[in-house]
Design a protein around this ligand. Structure first.
Ligand SMILES: Cc1cc2nc3c(=O)[nH]c(=O)nc-3n(C[C@H](O)[C@H](O)[C@H](O)COP(=O)(O)OP(=O)(O)OC[C@H]3O[C@@H](n4cnc5c(N)ncnc54)[C@H](O)[C@@H]3O)c2cc1C
Length: 360
């Protein structure tokens, strides 16, 4: 049995951010992830500008800029009838970029390691129990013990499931994602395209590859895949990554000696491309609270402070999430909105500016 101050299940952006800040605070920190990094992840690969301040505090902003990436200059919204509206993105130094998750997540996990966190890859959590401290069992046969446990293990969180906190999945949508050859003259734009059966998101991730996502329901996803094969001239044996659900109820982030961060706590509609920011920032907030609790500060005030900051993170933003979900669940409605925006694009510009405003 190996002892730590904090065990973090999941080494995505939420887990790595939390681990890095815990390690900096001097805590004996362990990250467990079932995958071997670098690993891909179903995602649009877009980094919202609000990530930059957290990346600066993690000391990796320059290293992220040094990764192979694309600077994104505009969003093109395409309605079902193929009418389109283009909204420019801010062109500041720390603008919206797209970078493959294999590169980005690997860099963050390396940073956590560099700052002193222990990382065990290819280690799946298979059991949890609590008798004072948490006891964490894994498929490698190793067992770990810690007073603090973090669920940073994504939307289908095993930690939440073992604690009977995972909401029942709704009848839900499914996403497919692939990196495909970048079409000529695609440009530095994000494309958000409504289709009768769902929607597609597209963004270049470097000079040769396009991130392509399609989102639909289980009965329609094969129609969307066929649309993508035709649209981008893909072979029938194109390999796709897949994920579900795209929406689920949130889980309370702070419990006694247990925190949930990133998607494990709250799943954001992917259409707006903000999930990585919430993962990074919620990981940082949880680390601050844990460091205070473990060094003996008043637990209740640390938890109150965390809950306030966590609520602040989402305040005034979830309506955008709901609005975009309403649009993507009824693509005809989303398309109507785009058709209307052709004559008065100010509302679309305003929404886009709110989503990509830097330095939140
Ligand atoms: C189609 C789609 C497009 C998206 N596009 C964007 C976008 O463009 N921009 C954006 O910001 N966000 C986007 N998102 C959201 C974004 O992908 C997530 O919000 C983000 O990955 C959350 O990070 P996380 O660290 O919480 O979880 P994850 O990145 O899911 O990491 C969880 C980690 O936990 C590990 N794990 C899980 N279970 C176990 C276990 N039992 N034991 C050990 N390890 C385990 C997994 O291997 C994984 O590495 C998109 C999402 C979807 C579905």
């Amino acid at each position: 049995m190996q002892l730590f101050d904090v065990v973090i299940v999941g080494g995505g952006p939420a887990g790595s951010s939390c681990a890095a800040f815990c390690a900096v605070a001097g805590l004996r920190t362990l990250v467990l992830d079932r995958e071997k990094f670098p690993r891909e992840k179903v995602c649009g690969d877009c980094l919202n500008p609000s990530c930059w301040p957290v990346l600066e505090r993690l000391g990796v902003a320059q290293r992220v800029r040094d990764l192979s990436h694309s600077k994104l200059r505009s969003v093109e919204f395409i309605a079902i009838d193929r009418r389109r509206v283009i909204v420019d993105l801010p062109s500041c130094a720390d603008c919206e970029i797209s970078v493959k998750r294999a590169l980005f997540d690997d860099l963050l996990l390396k940073r956590a390691r560099e700052l002193g966190a222990n990382v065990h890859e290819q280690t799946t959590v298979t059991g949890l129990s609590r008798n004072g401290d948490w006891k964490i069992e894994t498929d490698s046969g190793q067992t770990f013990q810690a007073p603090m446990l973090i669920g940073a293990d994504g939307r289908n969180s095993t930690v939440a499931r073992f604690c009977n906190l995972l909401p029942r999945p709704a009848r839900e949508r499914v996403a497919l994602q692939a990196h495909i050859p970048l079409p000529r003259d695609f440009g530095n734009r994000i494309v958000l395209q409504f289709l009768p059966e769902g929607y597609s998101g597209q963004a270049p991730v470097n000079e040769t590859q396009l991130n392509l996502c399609v989102v639909g329901t289980p009965p329609t996803i094969s129609i969307l895949r066929k649309w993508a094969e035709r649209q981008f001239d893909l072979p029938a044996n194109q390999s796709w990554r897949t994920i579900t659900p795209l929406t689920r109820s949130p889980i309370r982030a702070a419990h006694e000696n247990l925190f949930f961060v990133g998607d494990a706590a709250c799943v954001i509609e992917p259409f707006t491309g903000e999930g990585i920011y919430y993962a990074l920032r919620s990981g940082e907030l949880a680390a601050n609270a844990i460091a205070k609790i473990l060094r003996g500060d008043d637990r209740n005030s640390a938890l109150r402070e965390f809950s306030r900051a966590y609520a602040q993170l989402y305040r005034g933003r979830l309506w955008i999430n709901r609005l975009s979900r309403a649009a993507v669940l009824r693509p005809q409605l989303g398309s109507f909105f785009i058709d209307t925006a052709r004559f008065n694009p100010s509302i679309l510009k305003l929404l886009t500016a709110k989503i990509v405003s830097p330095g939140r």
